[in-house]
Design a protein around this ligand. Sequence first.
Ligand SMILES: Nc1ncnc2c1ncn2[C@@H]1O[C@H](COP(=O)(O)OP(=O)(O)OP(=O)(O)O)[C@@H](O)[C@H]1O
Length: 445
Amino acid sequence: MEASQAWQATLGQLQMELPKATYDTWVRDTKFIKHQDETFFIGVQNTYARDWLENRLTSTASRLLTGIMDGPQQITFVLQSHEEPVINREETEEDFTPISNSEAQGNFNYRYSFSNFVVGPNNRLAHAASQAVAENPANAYNPLFLYGGVGLGKTHLLHAIGNEITRRGLNVLYGSSEEFTNDLINAIRKHDTSSFRDRYRKIDVLLIDDIHFIAGKESTQEEFFHTFNTLHGQNKQIVISSDRPPKAMVTLEERLRSRFEWGLIVDIQPPELETRLAILRSKAEKAGRQVDNDILEYIARQIQSNIRELEGALTRVLAYSDLSGRPLDIDLAKIALVDFLPDIGTPDPEQILETVAKAFNLSHEELLSRNRSKSIALPRQVAMYLLREIGNESLPQIGETLGGRDHTTVMYACEKVADMLERDDHFRRQVFQIRDQLYSHQVYA
Ligand SMILES: Nc1ncnc2c1ncn2[C@@H]1O[C@H](COP(=O)(O)OP(=O)(O)OP(=O)(O)O)[C@@H](O)[C@H]1O
């Protein structure tokens, strides 16, 4: 029992550390089988997953398990043969699965529904537009273009639309733009582009996740352009998600960009505190756990910009309590989250200053200067906030880093920025973008 929970905790950690596509593709469906002689036996669904996990994840997962179990642990990935799918990729017809009515529920993630999507000011419009499209495809907004930062619910909404539309008896095709690209490449290799086209163009609704991966890929854009035109011309619904608006997709062909802008473009912002709390409450409830408000609030204050991380943090706190047998209180939550991001590493102060200065179009010198004009003072305060929040610097250290300022000035700046983050959507988005940039340097360095 304890070992299976340790695996759950490890999954929570991996979910936070790995890019989403990687986690979903290779890790999400693994299953704890048994723990014997300090070895975790983890079931995987096919040989691809086993090879990938063995090569890429053995050492990280063993390290995490060793930390959790308090002693060296090994890991062995075991093929669960009854779930072995078609293996010969050359002969696999459909990487990108069309969803027929009868199998609909099985192909969309039933966990991603409208009913369990928590609505707040940050995502209200995206939720309403998605619902309108699900209820009235090709009549409400076509295409619907959803964009927002990492882990803010874009995939969740796409699946909710897919679940809903298939219930209405329509054929839906869902996949990421990377899958679209891979399918296209395979079709070209097999000299079989006509069945690729049939597959993509004989459907009622196309849901494409993470379209930003198409940027810079000319022939994929070309093919997608024709797919888009055919479907749109036949009054079929298209829903697209992206991490940025069409205008910000620099290497996107103009004719595709203008088509993305035909319908409705809606963004999802990072959630404010109340929404984060509501999400945590709903997740705890679903897990059948009673968690005090102060703990949920503590987690919600720590994790501000990514709902996947928010879920991971809750999973981690619950697992810590289960594993240690300690009551679920605020001290335990602090311990559980203390090394929440250590594997990602801490951006160094210079990097933080540089990133903030760049984001606000200032020079390094201006940021450190005594100039009090708002356009410089606010970025300076953001730098102080980030040095404290993610650089883990003390107040006096931050004062020093920013050209010899008093620690009370720094404290005031941190409080002001924290307050503004809760009130001002635009500002929150800006600051979180800087934060994401800093972390993505760390993660992918
Ligand atoms: N408003 C919400 N209510 C409940 N759960 C949410 C909400 N928004 C996101 N989530 C959950 O957060 C997790 C991450 O969401 P999702 O995968 O949809 O993000 P995403 O925007 O597609 O991220 P990425 O940019 O990495 O593809 C999912 O488990 C999802 O169910």
